[in-house]
Design a protein around this ligand. Structure first.
Ligand code: SF4
Length: 380
């Protein structure tokens, strides 16, 4: 089931990511000052500038970086922060990814919700105020088939104006069917853009095919999916800066290739789960904030999403700097909203506040929680 690589595969092959990432350690204070001045003046930054903003020299200027990012976020997005909820429909998976709690072969309790059970979970989330759902599943061609997912989207579309998926890569035809059923967004984390490292951690199953995974975004965009979600898993590859640079290049490529489509990105850090996978590098809090602020300055219109993996203080802080979409009150197990404890979670969450508490935090900070998921969010 191999797929032709998308156009971005050639762009990625042409990028000198190690060279760009190596620019960072050589960057000095003067270089950081120059890039910040360009960003503040509204100038367009290149990948070399982003490498400077990701550098250790810029980590020492994190407050300036955060301030500049906050100004850019306010200018481009106003005070709106979108809230969404993940709805795990299945933790069955035929792929083996060494970092994931759903990996095939792990002795975890598996569950796939029926369409009726999915609707029951969704109605609980609707009662909590959500109008944007992210349907999440492992990769299982039988339990989570194209027909099943289309049926779920069709059932939930009257309840939710914005439905996204975070699932396997689908055929062009299936993306078209999903859009017709009411799908708005597709999230396909590449996890790492380092082919060698990708191959080490994706040991079996469909997800092992790097190019097939990379083609997901273009397949979905060509089928009319209006929001494309990118992500790298921080802690998976040693050179996290190279991964952020590649993600930035991918975001720019997609926003030009599908100019009517919103591009959204996330930088999750590895959390404890049943796989017991140790991160190969720990991205500290200052560097985590730096990565978000740098991406905001590099690509001002990029929607940055943050999950409940992160602790309360980090989430509350980043909502004031660069993040424009947040999950809230999340469960990462199938059936976890109505019947918790009946299946294995994908990873443990840190921010356990209910959604209304997250919304109250945003209001207290002067922001507008957006439940209905206005599209697009970017001010034009
Ligand atoms: S990352 Fe996705 S494909 Fe890989 S084991 Fe987890 S659920 Fe399955």
């Amino acid at each position: 089931m191999s797929a032709p690589p998308g156009e971005f595969a050639a762009v990625l092959a042409g990028l000198d990511l190690p060279g760009l990432a190596a620019t960072g350690p050589r960057a000095d204070d003067a270089a950081v000052t120059a890039v910040l001045a360009t960003a503040r003046a509204g100038g367009r930054l290149g990948l070399a500038d982003l490498a400077v903003l990701l550098s250790p020299a810029a980590t020492g200027r994190i407050e300036e970086l955060a301030h500049a990012a906050r100004e850019t976020t306010l200018r481009r997005f106003g005070r709106a922060v979108r809230l969404f909820a993940p709805l795990y429909v299945s933790n069955a998976c035929l792929s083996s990814c060494t970092y994931c709690g759903f990996s095939k072969g792990l002795p975890v309790v598996r569950r796939t919700l029926s369409v009726d059970e999915t609707e029951a979970e969704a109605r609980l989330l609707a009662e909590r105020g959500f109008r944007h759902l992210l349907l999440v599943s492992g990769e299982h061609r039988v339990e989570v088939s194209a027909d099943y997912l289309v049926a779920v989207v069709e059932r939930l579309a009257p309840l939710f104006p914005a439905i996204s998926i975070e699932t396997q890569t689908w055929s062009d035809d299936t993306y078209t069917r999903l859009v017709a059923a009411g799908l708005v967004g597709a999230v396909h984390y590449q996890e790492t853009y380092d082919r060698a490292r990708y191959s080490e951690v994706h040991v079996a199953g469909w997800k092992r095919d790097f190019d097939r995974r990379l083609s997901s975004f273009e397949r979905a965009g060509a089928a009319g999916v209006r929001r494309l979600g990118l992500g790298v898993l921080l802690g998976l590859a040693v050179d996290w800066r190279a991964d952020v640079l590649a993600l930035a290049a991918h975001a720019t490529f997609l926003s030009r290739r599908f100019w009517r489509t919103e591009v959204t990105a996330a930088l999750p850090r590895i959390r404890p789960n049943a796989a017991g996978f140790p991160p190969v590098v720990v991205v500290g809090d200052a560097e985590f904030v730096q990565a978000h602020a740098a991406l905001r300055l590099y690509e001002p219109d990029l929607d940055l999403s943050l999950s409940t993996r992160e602790p309360v203080a980090m989430r509350d802080g980043l909502a004031r700097i660069a993040v424009t979409t947040m999950s809230a009150g999340s469960s990462t197990e199938p059936g976890g909203y109505g019947t918790p404890g009946t299946a294995q979670e994908q990873f443990s969450i840190s921010d356990e506040r209910p959604p209304d508490a997250v919304a109250a935090m945003l209001v207290a900070a002067g922001y507008d929680p957006v439940w209905k998921d206005a599209f697009p969010l970017v001010a034009t």
